[in-house]
Design a protein around this ligand. Structure first.
Ligand code: 5GP
Length: 171
C-alpha cells in the first residue's frame, strides 16, 4: 500500500451525509437500492444503515476488469437482479465510477425495464478518467485517477477488507 487516500473516519462521516440526502430525496417512497457485486457491498451495507426510511436491496454482478487494474472496455452482466424494477424508484449504488462505461451500460440495461425513477449514488468518482458522460446524483468523493483498494474494492480479490481507501503501490 502506498498511501491512505481516505481514512475510515472520513468515509463513515461522508456515508452518513449521503444517507441523510438519500433519506430526504426518497421520503414517502420505498426505493430499491441496487448494489454491484462485489466491490459495492461494503459501501451498501454502511449506506443502508444511514438511511432512515424503508427501502429494499438487490444485487447484480458485472465484469469489465477481469482481475487487473485497467478496464477492458467490455462490460458483461454476470448475474441479474431478482427484483422486477418496473415502476420502482431505483437507486444504483456504485463503489467507483472510472471511465463511466460500466455505469452507462447498467443505466441502459435498467432503463429498458421502465423503473419509475433511476438515480445513481457513487462513493468514489474519478472525474479525469471519464470516457463517457454519465450523470451521478450523489457523489461521496472525487478522487484522482489512481488505482484504489479497500472498503470493498479489490486488486485480484485482495484488500477488500481494509477499512479505508488506499492507493496501491503497483511497483
Ligand atoms: P468504469 O466502467 O467506470 O471504468 O469502472 C467501473 C468499475 O471498475 C468499478 O465498479 C470497479 O469495479 C472498477 N474500478 C474502477 N476503478 C477502480 C479502482 O481504482 N480500484 C478498483 N479496485 N476497482 C476499480
Amino acid at each position: 500500500m502506498r498511501e491512505i487516500l481516505i481514512p475510515a473516519d472520513r468515509l463513515s462521516a461522508r456515508v452518513l451525509e449521503l444517507g441523510h440526502q438519500i433519506t430526504e430525496t426518497y421520503r414517502g417512497t420505498t426505493p430499491l437500492l441496487v448494489s454491484i457485486l462485489k466491490g459495492g457491498v461494503v459501501f451498501l451495507t454502511d449506506l443502508m444503515r444511514s438511511i432512515s426510511i424503508p427501502h429494499h436491496i438487490d444485487f447484480l454482478q458485472l465484469s469489465s476488469y477481469d482481475g487487473g487494474t485497467k478496464s477492458t472496455g467490455t462490460v458483461r452482466l454476470l448475474s441479474d437482479l431478482a427484483t422486477d424494477i418496473g415502476g420502482r424508484d431505483v437507486l444504483i449504488v456504485e463503489d467507483i465510477v472510472d471511465t463511466g462505461l460500466t455505469l452507462q451500460y447498467l443505466r441502459k440495461q435498467l432503463e429498458i425495464r421502465q423503473p419509475k425513477s433511476l438515480r445513481v449514488c457513487a462513493l468514489l468518482n474519478k472525474v479525469e478518467a471519464r470516457q463517457v458522460d454519465v450523470h451521478i446524483d450523489f457523489v461521496g468523493f472525487d478522487i484522482p485517477s489512481q488505482f484504489v483498494v479497500g472498503y470493498g474494492l479489490d486488486y485480484d480479490e485482495k484488500y477488500r477488507n481494509l477499512p479505508y481507501i488506499g492507493v496501491l503501490d503497483m511497483k
